[in-house]
Design a protein around this ligand. Sequence first.
Ligand code: AMP
Length: 480
Amino acid sequence: MRADTRATWPKDDMTNETTRPNRSGNPRPQQGGKPRVRNDKPNTNHRRHRAEPEEKFIRRAIPEIDTPFTRMGIDPRVAINLPGLGIETPSPIQEKSIPGIVEGRDLLGLAQTGTGKTAAFGLPMLTRLLNIGRKPEPRTCRALILAPTRELATQIAENIDNYAIGTPIRQFRVVGGASINVQTQRLERGVDVLIATPGRLIDLIERGAVDLSQTKYLVLDEADQMLDIGFIHALRRIAKMLPRERQTLLFSATMPKLMEELADSYLNDPLRVAVNPPGQAAAKIDQGVHFVNQGDKAALLAEYLSKHVDELAIVFGRTKHGSEKLSKLLEKWGYKVAAIHGNKSQGQRERALAGFRAGDTKVLVATDVAARGLDIPEVAHVYNYDLPNVPENYVHRIGRTARAGRDGRAIAFCAPAEIGELRAIEKAMKAKIAVVGGEEPFEAAKIRERGGPAGRPAQGAARKRPARRPSRAPKSAPRA
Ligand code: AMP
């Protein structure tokens, strides 16, 4: 039994699915044990609660628990949900940032997804909102979380839902590709936590659907990717609409110059926290590079996939078209595969991810839209079918595996024309990737040894061969 009084919260306050399974289809976590509660019994009189919305924060039963999170200042009503989510001991980023955030400090966090950063900002944010104890005004939000992609926004929303079970705090997610009218309608009532992609937020602000004058808490998640995508103007516009008196938390996996400028203009004397120095891959990922001609990559991929048919794998391609073509080919060869890229509708992307999370599809072919943020602990393999031309994206892509303490394997398929990209990746990571197959062109190997200039193929070694599609399924494919 949970100590919470979920049934006591008026239905009006439930913007969505607290009592339903979460969006990934998993049942919401159950709390083991019966925590003791202090003060009065849960009030089950709905009508009375409707009449006294201000009181609900105070009247709520507060569990008397002592955990590493409550000791850092996290509200017990939130902390009580964590063991059921597998969150028992704070991760390094949580340890370093939660106490400062609870105190109200701004924060600049250098951290990738997989480090537990959503809880690092989400738990203190919920704690502060509970302590303020006020309902949002119509068409306002009390906290705003900006994320670069719909997928990351969805994932954050799921996490916030889970942390906030049993509290009156509700989140609402607004992303492109979904009905703006439905979003406008929901915002009428105001929302505690608004999770948005910058483009859609600007659209909603322009329609007068939401106003940020009362937003006292701002999180910029994966800020470097927001800059890469070109959201800088949107971010500047949004910044101007926020009150000066606010708490701002900015998380980024890398710290390019523009990012530093943005951080300077957004943050006030921030606490600086770094885990996993930027550009370095998580230690638990077993990485390798396989040299292969472009035209032989699909057959090689099938060979790798066939060795691990029951495990989840993400295959990264460079273009939407190429990724779509590859997924069709793999499907023809009998693999359970889905594709996710910018040409897919929001619904298609969500269905593809849901099927993959559930293990119905074992292979997800994706462009860099899925390189960041995706948190599916079961992903055991990442294949860089095409090497990314932005070296940092390699680190983000391979970070989709070896999550939640598990092991993971990342294989890069390097065609002769991609030697330059490989060198740039190694330079950014300050480490060499072990060769696990194929033959490294001799000249390229020499230059790689010397740590030669990145970005250009080694002379004479990396002559581009025209890509060709294999005409036959490889012997190793599940069925012809
Ligand atoms: P994030 O970096 O926020 O994407 O989190 C990555 C994964 O780590 C998510 O599945 C979280 O539920 C999980 N996680 C976050 N904090 C902890 C923790 N302290 N202990 C164990 N798992 C955690």
